[in-house]
Structure formats: structure tokens, C-alpha cells
Ligand binder design. Structure first.
Ligand code: PGA
Length: 253
């Protein structure tokens, strides 16, 4: 099986409630069934993780957290340790989402420590990178995402990169705005990121690492984005909140 199997990930952010989260998880589970040609994961709010992970146990749908602490345990009020996430059934964790970086001031060093700690505790991190509109207009996209990538992966060896880490390119200006990157824009940045990986590691490592696109992905644009060379899947916010818009994303071919 290719290391770059298509991956559809639903980031529910701070949405849904216990009942709707559970109902949605079950709808995704039933739609995925025994399909082997796609990896699917949902990322509920922390407080519903345990219950959603239980509901998905034994299915092909994975459950992950939207964030984690960079500390293993201790006096860190309000934080959640990677080991706790594993304890309640999470297999994945989103790290460095632009909302964490821009609304909560998370820098790339902190993001890198989270990636490392997540790996140490057996979680598969999805490391997000992306430029703001201002940075894109100033032609700084490559330097911004390149630096986020290098710092986020500091301390990650090539084997962990290829087998456990997923990257996500999420232009900040496309998140929750209805303004998707064009396939050409996504393709350019994905190719650039893969080049950075080849430099940080080597060509095979770059070729084996999955890179998702995120930012206003919807049923009507998922096919065009998934058809882009180098786009291995999608990280979806808004459209992942209802079965009517989430399930059609699985028909990306
Ligand atoms: P969106 O969010 O699909 O609502 O734009 C994407 C994300 O933040 O991962």
C-alpha cells in the first residue's frame, strides 16, 4: 500500500455537541465501512473524544485531537497531554493549526515540541503550515511555510516522518472564508514543501510523506483539489460538520 494513501480528515473545531458529534461519527463510520482505499479521521472537541473514539472502535475511521500540550504532565492548567489523548483512544493530533498559531500565539518552536512529544507518545501528528494573505501578497509564502515546516519537524527523524507524520498546507486566507486556493496555487506550494522535505531529509522521504490541502474544501471542489499532483488528501473544517457535506468528500475521485 502506498505511503500516500488519500486521507480525508474532519476538524470539527469548537462545534457540535455530544449528540450531534456522536451521530456524525457514526454516519462517517457507516459511509466508510470496509473501504481500504482511503484513510479517514475525525477530530472532535476534547470533551467528546473519549465517546467518539469508543463509537469508532473497530471501524476504519480514526479519531484524533485538535491540539495537545508540549509537556508530558504537571502543573499546566487547562492543557491536555498526548498520553491522555492516547488513553481515551486518539490516534492522531492536529498540531500548529493556523487558529492556534494566530489566535493563541503558538510559535513554530512550540509547535515543533508538540510534534515531537506527540510522536514520543505514539500519536500521529498532522502538522499544519500556511501563509496569511499579507504574506502571500508580499511573496513570502515559500519562506513562511518553509520555516514552519523546518521548525515543526526539528527533531523528527526520516522514518517517523514517512510512517507517522502527515503535513497539511492550509493557506490562512482560505480557512473558513469560502475562498479556496486554486488547484494551481495548491500544487505550487505542495511541490515546494516536498522540495523542502527532500532538502531536510532526502528524495524518498519527501516522496513518501503525505501532504494534505486545507481551506474551504467542499463537495464541489474536492475532486479538483485531489486531482492535483502532490495533494494527498484534505483537512476539512466547515464541510466536515454535517453528513450531507462530509460524506460526499469521500467521493473524491
Ligand atoms: P475550513 O477549515 O474547511 O472551514 O476552511 C479548514 C481547517 O481549518 O482545517
Amino acid at each position: 500500500m502506498s505511503a500516500r494513501k488519500p486521507f480525508v480528515a474532519g476538524n470539527w473545531k469548537m462545534n457540535l455537541e455530544r449528540k450531534t458529534a456522536l451521530g456524525l461519527a457514526l454516519a462517517v463510520r457507516d459511509a466508510v465501512g470496509r473501504r481500504e482505499d482511503v484513510d479517514v479521521a475525525v477530530f472532535p472537541p476534547f470533551v467528546y473524544l473519549d465517546e467518539v473514539a469508543r463509537a469508532l472502535a473497530g471501524s476504519r475511521v480514526r479519531c484524533g485531537a485538535q491540539n495537545c500540550s508540549d509537556e508530558p504532565s504537571g502543573a499546566f492548567t487547562g492543557e491536555i497531554a498526548p498520553a491522555m489523548l492516547v488513553d481515551v483512544g486518539a490516534t492522531h493530533v492536529i498540531v500548529g493549526h493556523s487558529e492556534r498559531r494566530h489566535l493563541y500565539g503558538e510559535g513554530s518552536e512550540l509547535v515543533g515540541r508538540k510534534v515531537q512529544l506527540a510522536l514520543e507518545h505514539g500519536l500521529s501528528p498532522i502538522l499544519c503550515v500556511g501563509e496569511t494573505l499579507e504574506e502571500r501578497d508580499a511573496r513570502r509564502t515559500e519562506s513562511v511555510v518553509g520555516e514552519q515546516l523546518a521548525r515543526g519537524l526539528a527533531g523528527v527523524d526520516g522514518r517517523a516522518l514517512q510512517t507517522r507524520v502527515t503535513l497539511a498546507y492550509e493557506p490562512v486566507w482560505a480557512i473558513g472564508t469560502g475562498r479556496t486556493a486554486t488547484p494551481a496555487q495548491a500544487g505550487e506550494v505542495h511541490a515546494y514543501l516536498r522540495g523542502v522535505l527532500a532538502g531536510l531529509y532526502n528524495e524518498p522521504a519527501a516522496e513518501n510523506t503525505r501532504i494534505l490541502y486545507g481551506g474551504s474544501v467542499k463537495p464541489d471542489n474536492v475532486r479538483a483539489l485531489m486531482a492535483v499532483r502532490g495533494v494527498d488528501g484534505v483537512l476539512v473544517g466547515g464541510a466536515s460538520l454535517k453528513p450531507e457535506t462530509f460524506l460526499p468528500l469521500l467521493e473524491f475521485r
